[in-house]
Design a binder for this molecule. Structure first.
Ligand SMILES: [Zn+2]
Length: 559
């Protein structure tokens, strides 16, 4: 495609369409074209090789999973509308698998009985389904997508821990082998459940996840998992509460400028509805609130900011003048940033008024001080004396310790040394295959197109004949092409009857790492040209040297 498609919002989606890797069939459903499939298969083969090396065994489970199995774990209801469901002609219900814990646990409970048969790790590379409410970003967030999912089975927790960290290594090796910059982070377990989990992020400037990492101790976590610590403030003498007029001043920035106080000396009062119940959340004016942290603290499943009407009902004032006073039954939780701080500024629950010298305990009651703030760049590291830096990433892998969540629900047991039945202990480990490819493009592209890391490039080399109608050019090109193939170099030969400019533009768009240009004029001087996509470096050499030089370059460009 010459033009950027209008409905493609992010570079990877635009470039996958423009370079002819994928085509859309329906919302969130894509065809892989030959070049796209080559990339996908190369990535899958790296995943397969590393999984096999770690002793995991490949299986292939069906996409159709009987509803009865999903009902046994409670997920038929709990998964909600994202679970794709179908009913067959006999009115039997099935799920189109978004993940396979139920199916694999059912398989293992039937086949594996004795403690002697553990541990066991099984994986598959397969198509999954999820009825995304708003599929977007191409294969990054589709409704039908490729995944490698692995499940491990154990007789005790120590054994699970061992496999969990082995898989952590396997995942690190996979992304290293692909030539991708990545970061493993501590993560929330989400709807799959379990006690401990890590996400693997491919780093990219416009990635949707915000990560905080400490360069000193290698701590890294998602923003919602990063605790924020504060120095204990020196206590001040509490001054009398004073009401001040602040006409038309609503935001922290406005009030801060108007009253000449720092945002860090102000209270932001936010009203939320958690499962329909109103709660007031207080945070220091210079920090922002993380809704996942608040949601976890309140143990609610839905959390939304209260609307204007509720704010007026609860506080008696418009948004912008809310304060923690006389809120009746509305509970107040406060961020740790406010603990021990005296003489602050807050809204007065009256339009166009604020209070100065507000003090918790004396002027209002806080139910709990908890960590509710978004961690930010330069915050102290929670594990050492270092400071955190911010980076963005795209989640491509996730590993979990499941424990007995699924085996208990499905009665999957083994017999221990004494012949007693015990629930099997499980772990699970996923990588989005199509998603990783899209993330690789997000990380590696420029204004001209994709810049593939060599291990997952559709071809290692593109051989461009500049004047293919001349027999000497054609002959030299074909000889080099055949020799490269004999040396197992993955090469595509562009012998189209097109102008050199068109071919160069296409080669840059496709992002093949090594380009060999063969033209009439240079060939008569006994020279061909090699050009590298990643740094546009370019050099000439004789046709005889090309093969060994390309082999060297492949070595250098492989991580
Ligand atoms: Zn640290």
């Amino acid at each position: 495609m010459r033009e950027t498609p209008a409905d493609a919002e992010i570079p990877s989606h635009q470039l996958m369409l423009r370079a002819g890797l994928i085509r859309k069939l329906a919302a969130g459903v894509y065809n892989y074209l030959p070049l796209g499939l080559k990339v996908l298969r190369k990535f899958e083969n790296i995943v397969r090789a590393e999984m096999n090396l770690a002793g995991a065994q490949e299986v292939l489970l069906p996409t159709l999973a009987p509803a009865s199995l999903w009902r046994q774990t409670g997920r038929w209801e709990a998964y909600g509308p994202e679970l794709m469901r179908i009913t067959d002609r006999h009115k039997r219900e099935f799920a189109l698998g978004p993940t396979h814990e139920e199916v694999i646990t059912d398989l293992v409970r039937r086949e594996v009985k004795s403690y002697r048969q553990f541990p066991l790790t099984l994986y598959q590379i397969q198509t999954k389904f999820r009825d995304e409410i708003r599929p977007r970003f191409g294969v990054m967030r589709g409704r039908e997508f490729g995944m490698k999912d692995a499940y491990s089975f154990h007789t005790n927790q120590d054994d699970l821990d061992k496999t969990y960290w082995e898989m952590y290594e396997v995942y690190s090796n996979i992304f290293k082998r692909c030539g991708l910059k990545f970061q493993a982070v501590e993560a929330e377990s989400g709807p799959i459940g379990g006690s401990s989990s890590h996400e693997f992020m491919v780093l990219a400037g416009n990635g949707e996840d915000l990560i905080l990492a400490c360069p000193k101790c290698h701590y890294a976590a998602n923003r919602e998992k990063t605790p924020v610590g504060y120095l204990k403030p020196a206590s001040q003498e509490q001054l009398p509460l004073t009401k001040v007029a602040t006409p038309g001043q609503r935001t922290i920035a406005e009030v801060s400028a108007f009253l000449k106080v720092q945002p860090s000396a102000m209270i932001k009062t936010l009203l939320y509805q958690g499962d329909g119940q109103t709660v007031a959340a207080l945070i220091r004016g210079d920090r922002t609130l993380n809704e996942t942290k608040l949601k976890n603290h309140l143990k609610v499943s839905t959390l939304v900011l209260a609307n204007e009407t509720t704010v007026r009902e609860v506080t008696g004032a418009e948004t912008g003048y809310a304060g923690p006073f006389n809120l009746g039954k509305t509970p107040i939780v406060a961020d740790l940033s406010l603990a021990g701080r005296d003489n602050l500024v807050s809204g007065a629950n009256e339009n166009n008024f604020h209070y100065q010298n507000v003090n918790a305990g004396r002027d209002f009651r806080v139910e709990a001080y908890v960590d509710l703030a978004n961690a930010e760049e330069n915050d102290p590291c929670p594990k050492c004396e270092g400071t955190l830096s911010e980076m963005r990433g795209i989640e491509v892998g996730h590993i979990f310790k499941l424990g007995t969540k699924y085996s208990a629900a499905l009665n999957a047991t083994f017999l221990d040394e004494k012949g007693e039945a015990k629930p099997i202990i499980m772990g699970c480990y996923g990588i989005g295959t199509g998603r990783t490819i899209a993330a690789a493009i997000e990380q590696n592209h420029d204004e001209n197109g994709i810049i593939w890391p060599l291990p997952i490039a559709p071809y290692q080399v593109v051989l461009t004949s500049l004047d293919p109608k001349y027999p000497e050019v054609n002959k030299a090109s074909e000889r080099i092409y055949r020799e490269l193939i004999l040396k197992n170099v993955d090469v595509i030969w562009d012998e189209r009857d097109e102008r050199p400019g068109v071919k160069f533009k296409d080669a840059d768009l496709l992002g093949i790492p090594i380009r060999i240009n063969i033209g009439k004029r240079k060939l008569r001087e006994g020279k061909v040209e090699i050009r590298l996509r990643h740094d546009q470096s370019c050099f000439e050499l004789s046709p005889i040297e090309v093969i060994s030089r390309v082999q060297e370059l492949i070595q250098t460009l492989s991580p």
